[in-house]
Ligand binder design. Structure first.
Ligand code: SF4
Ligand code: SF4
Ligand code: FES
Length: 213
């Protein structure tokens, strides 16, 4: 079969067999909130923002992990998926700095886009904790890393380890303390980072920002 035909929010679409629901929707102009998915890469499914309902399935599923099927009917904007997304979103921003006006990603930030979609204000919500006050790492010649704005989407880790094959950064520590860091939690300048800048390009929020020239 060359193409699979399915419907998303009532719109008939065609996509290549094996395509995930998320990409089939985005490629056809239907937005599904997402933070951690990378096209043609094994889904990480960490952010839990891309829930959709699929006819015949008792529970919502993540669109980045669900493969399309012939005749599938997908609904991206039901009240129960938005309820789940709001909870996931509020947990994501529970300890976020939330000073958008002073952030280098202001107006180009995926968190802002998702907040707008979900009609959630980027301000303290029900799970609010103290904002993190981790040190900002400005030692790279080309970027600034602010872990207080990181949403742990894992995109920079993938690009550095798998795509660029340098492995300068990864997830470090566990539980609430989990964050992105270098081997030994050294400053970026003391790591194997070769300043390719691909992590900056892929970061969806203001955690990795290019330095001004
Ligand atoms: S990362 Fe996004 S949500 Fe966070 S402060 Fe920056 S612009 Fe605002
Ligand atoms: S630094 Fe950016 S790309 Fe890396 S995990 Fe955090 S939010 Fe994602
Ligand atoms: S995009 Fe699907 S869980 Fe993050």
């Amino acid at each position: 079969m060359d193409k699979v035909t399915l419907s998303i929010d009532g719109k008939q679409i065609e996509a290549r067999p094996g395509t995930k629901v998320l990409w089939a929707a985005l490629d056809n102009g239907i937005y599904i909130p997402n933070l951690c998915a990378i096209r043609d890469v094994q889904p990480f499914a960490a952010c839990r923002l891309c829930f959709v309902d699929i006819e015949g399935k008792p529970d919502p599923v993540t669109a980045c992990t669900e493969t399309i099927a012939e005749g599938m009917r997908v609904y991206t904007n039901t009240s129960r998926v938005n309820r789940l997304r709001r909870t996931a979103f509020e947990l994501l921003i529970a300890s976020h700095t939330l000073n958008c006006k002073e952030c280098g990603k202001n107006r180009h930030c995926e968190l802002q886009k998702i907040a707008h979609y979900l009609r959630v204000k980027l301000k303290p919500q029900r799970f609010r904790q103290m904002p993190r006050s981790l040190p900002i790492d400005s030692t790279s010649p080309i970027f600034i890393f602010d872990p207080n704005k990181c949403v742990l989407c894992g995109k920079c880790v993938w690009v550095c380890n798998k795509h660029h094959a340098v492995g300068a950064i990864n997830f470090i520590f566990r539980g609430f303390d989990t964050r992105i860091g270098t081997f030994g939690d050294d400053p970026i300048a003391q790591s194997s980072c070769d300043s390719c800048g691909e992590c900056v390009a892929i970061c969806p929020v203001g955690a990795l920002i290019a330095k001004a020239n």
